[in-house]
Each structure stands twice: as structure tokens, then as C-alpha cells.
Ligand binder design. Structure first.
Ligand code: GKR
Ligand code: MG
Length: 445
């Protein structure tokens, strides 16, 4: 006997959105970013939503999962996800993970099935009249989630002939600023103040790995001076050697609230060993989304005491997995946070429900959302107000898809020549022949 509705259809829809020329260790963000949307329909007529990373590999993997999903009861979704995970269709990691941020290794850490898990949870929440966070872990832990303002160095898009979005005519100060060049510390402060004005952030993170670390620390100091009450962190994505990282950070107590992936593997030692040495030398709080992306790595990282904060992105861990990470971290006196990439409003809702179900004193959630705000795929995207997002009262994820917008984002995706992320393309306009080097900030060549 069937007790809960069954899945009648699974749609996998690739989508693209507009981005600024954001700088990172990997190069410069392209004018368009890609994502993949999963829409499940069930026999009661409800729709469930999920979103994950983009690109042809992810689409292929998700298409391959359709047979596991269609015809299954929503109440039995954990078994469905379990069968997918045992199917062998997931690419296998050789153990390197993303310790060196090599984007070609992302496919080993992105668990595409999270988009399906989310869509099932959305449907189950609608069936039970409960928010998704009530169905995860020990249930809903909080009513709102603190988020941080993710600051980036932004290059001058006019140095390229690429079709970056222009918002210079917008009436919104943040929308204008986010598309403008920002390389000097003063420009980063201006970016932060505009983001604070619009979203009310109390926490900020600067994406580093662009200039030499001591120059990036100037920007961090300028941020703290402009906003003494704000909590500031920096993430150079492991670009610095251990020696450099200690040198740049040793005097940053009281200025940096934590430092994220300051260094990584070197001289035959893993990123977990090197981060432990950094933490031991500086006594600063350390976060990571690079040296811990699975349970085996978590075990070794915790054994070494290599970090204080794990940014357990549901895209790497699944939503249930991320909450489980948060539960054990909380038991062990460690801190949960969430890593992000460019994303749409469905991911925002997935992050928010995951964070809402995670116990303990979690850290302000990362989100790239402010760079995409205004490109909603749903009619009622969650809003960041006073630096926080409130859990909606509606059941499930609490968001409703707008298919016209999804199909426009799909058209944009289909117009792209390549769907694979490659931040060296835009970078080569700035530095001809530029190539990724995990140990050299992108503008240091
Ligand atoms: O969006 O370019 C970016 C980020 O650098 C992203 O790729 C990182 O994975 O923000 C992420 C991080 O925290 O490492
Ligand atoms: Mg990071």
C-alpha cells in the first residue's frame, strides 16, 4: 500500500545567470555562471525543487539518476538517495579532493544527488505541512540564519570584450557597485559599506588569493577600521605557503575573526597537517572548505585539530550529511558553517534550511547571493534583511518556482559555447597566457 505520494516526473534543467568579473586564485569569473535545477512532480500535484552546480558532467550524472527516482514514494526518499549513492555512477576521488582548489577535481566532491534530496524534502515538507528544516537532523533549531557579506576583488570588465552585465544605470547603489572595478582597499571598503547598507551584514569575508597576502591584509585592516564592530575573515583558497600564512596573519588577532584555508598541502605534507601547523603557530581560528570535503578527511582533520570551523556545503555533503557534520562538530566543541559558489535562490533556500537544522553556535553562512540578487528563479526568493534570513512559514523549502524565468535562464545556458567553469579565459585578457597555479595569487605573475 502506498502511504505517501509517488514521483511522477523528474526534470533536470541547466540554467545560467550573470556574474561580475570576480577575482580568485582560480582567475576571473566569466560573465555567465551555470547551475542545474531539479524539479520533481508528485502524484498529489506538488512540485519539489533542488539546485546544484552546473555543467555537462553534472547534467549527465543527474539524468542517470532518473530511473532511481521516478515511481518512488516521497516518504522513502532516504532509501532512494542511498541507492543512488551505491550505484557507482558517482565519479571516484583519488584522495586529493580540492586541497589545491583544482576545479577539475570539483566533480569528485560535488554530490549532485543533493539536488534530488532537496526536491524530495520540499515535497515531503509540503505533504506533512512542515518546513524542510523540521525534517532534517534534530529538527528546526532556529528561526533565522545569520549570513555574511562575501566581498571580492573585481576586475575592470572593460579590459575584455566578454559580455559582462552592466548595471551602471541601476537606481540601487549595491547593484551599481557590484559590477564596478574594486582592487584597492578603499574600493573593497566601499563595496562592504554598500552591501551593509542594503543587507545589514555584521560579518564579512574577503575572497583573497588575488594579490600578495600582505596587500590583502591591508584591505582587511581597512575593513575593520571602517566597521570596527564587524567580524571580518579572509579566504585565499590555500594560496599562501605555511611560512607566508604565518607572516601575514600573526598580527591579525582582534582584526580577523577567522582565517579560511590560508595554506594547503606542501613539501609532502597534506593540507590538514599544514593547517594544524598554522593554527598552532598563530592561535587564530581557522576554517576550511578545502581540506575536509568527506567523512574520512573530517576524521583526519579532527584528529589533527587542523581547524575550528568546517564549511560543510550541502553540495559536497548532501543536506542530511551537512547537518550530521554540524551535529558532531557541535558535540566536539567545533563550529559549523556553509561554503558557497555562485548560485540561484533555490540553493539559498537549501542552505538556509540546512543551517536552520544545524545545532550549536554556527558561524555566519557564506553565500554568493548578493552578486546574483535580482536574478530570482522563484516568485518569492528569500531575502537578506539585517544580515539575516528568516525561515519562511510556508511548508517545504517555502519558495515557488517561476517557470518563465527558469526557461529564460535555460535559453541563456544553451547559448553558451562551453558549460564548464574556466576562470582562466577572462584572466588571460589581463595577463596573456595566464595559467592556474595553486601557490600564486592570480594577479601575481
Ligand atoms: O566563487 O570563485 C568563487 C570561490 O572562490 C569559490 O570557488 C570557492 O570555492 O568561495 C569558495 C571558497 O570558499 O573556497
Ligand atoms: Mg573557502
Amino acid at each position: 500500500m502506498r502511504c505517501t505520494p509517488v514521483i511522477t516526473e523528474m526534470k533536470v534543467i541547466p540554467v545560467a545567470g550573470y556574474d561580475s568579473m570576480l577575482m580568485t586564485l582560480s582567475g576571473a569569473h566569466a560573465p555567465l555562471f551555470t547551475r542545474t535545477i531539479v524539479i520533481l512532480e508528485d502524484s498529489s500535484g506538488n512540485t519539489g525543487l533542488g539546485e546544484t552546480h552546473g555543467g555537462d558532467d553534472i547534467i549527465k550524472v543527474l539524468e542517470g539518476y532518473k530511473d532511481f527516482v521516478v515511481g518512488q514514494e516521497i516518504g522513502n526518499y532516504r532509501a532512494v538517495i542511498g541507492r543512488i549513492q551505491k550505484s557507482g555512477l558517482i565519479p571516484r576521488d583519488d584522495g586529493e579532493g580540492i586541497q589545491k582548489l583544482d576545479l577539475k577535481n570539483l566533480k569528485f566532491v560535488v554530490r549532485a544527488e543533493t539536488a534530488i534530496e532537496s526536491a524530495f524534502l520540499d515535497l515531503l515538507g509540503k505533504f506533512l505541512d512542515l518546513p524542510v528544516c523540521a525534517l532534517l537532523g534534530g529538527g528546526q533549531q532556529r528561526k533565522e540564519i545569520e549570513t555574511l557579506g562575501y566581498l571580492f576583488y573585481v576586475s575592470d570588465k572593460n579590459k575584455t570584450d566578454l559580455p559582462y552585465i552592466d548595471e551602471s544605470g541601476s537606481s540601487d547603489a549595491w547593484f551599481r557597485i557590484r559590477r564596478r572595478e574594486a582592487l584597492a582597499p578603499e574600493a573593497i571598503v566601499e563595496q562592504a559599506l554598500a552591501a551593509r547598507e542594503k543587507y545589514g551584514f555584521r560579518h564579512f569575508k574577503l575572497k583573497g588569493g588575488v594579490f600578495m597576502g600582505h596587500q590583502e591584509m591591508e584591505a582587511v585592516r581597512a575593513l575593520k577600521k571602517a566597521m570596527p564592530d564587524a567580524r571580518i575573515s579572509i579566504d585565499p583558497n590555500g594560496a599562501w605557503s605555511l611560512e607566508e600564512a604565518i607572516e601575514y596573519c600573526k598580527d591579525m588577532h582582534g582584526i580577523l575573526s577567522y582565517v579560511e584555508d590560508p595554506c594547503g598541502p606542501e613539501k609532502g605534507f597534506s593540507g590538514r597537517e599544514i593547517m594544524w601547523e598554522f593554527k598552532n603557530a598563530t592561535r587564530l581560528r581557522v576554517a576550511t572548505n578545502m581540506i575536509v570535503t568527506n567523512w574520512r578527511q573530517l576524521y583526519h582533520g579532527v584528529t589533527l585539530r587542523a581547524f575550528d570551523i568546517v564549511l560543510a556545503d550541502p553540495n559536497f555533503w548532501t543536506m542530511n550529511g551537512s547537518v550530521r557534520v554540524g551535529q558532531v562538530l557541535d558535540e566536539w566543541g567545533l563550529t559549523w558553517g556553509c561554503h558557497s559558489n555562485n548560485h540561484f535562490d533555490i540553493t539559498l533556500a537549501m542552505y538556509v534550511h540546512t543551517a536552520a537544522a544545524t545545532p550549536g553556535n554556527i558561524t555566519a553562512m557564506d553565500t554568493h547571493w548578493i552578486w546574483q540578487d535580482g536574478q530570482d528563479l522563484c516568485k518569492n526568493a528569500m531575502k537578506i534583511e539585517n544580515g539575516r534570513i528568516r525561515i519562511p512559514d510556508e511548508p517545504g523549502l517555502g519558495i515557488d518556482i517561476d517557470m518563465d524565468r527558469v526557461m529564460k535562464a535555460n535559453e541563456l545556458y544553451n547559448k553558451m559555447d562551453s558549460h564548464d567553469r574556466d576562470d582562466s579565459v577572462a584572466m588571460q585578457y589581463l595577463i596573456p597566457g595566464w595559467k592556474f597555479d595553486s601557490k600564486r595569487p592570480c594577479l601575481v605573475r
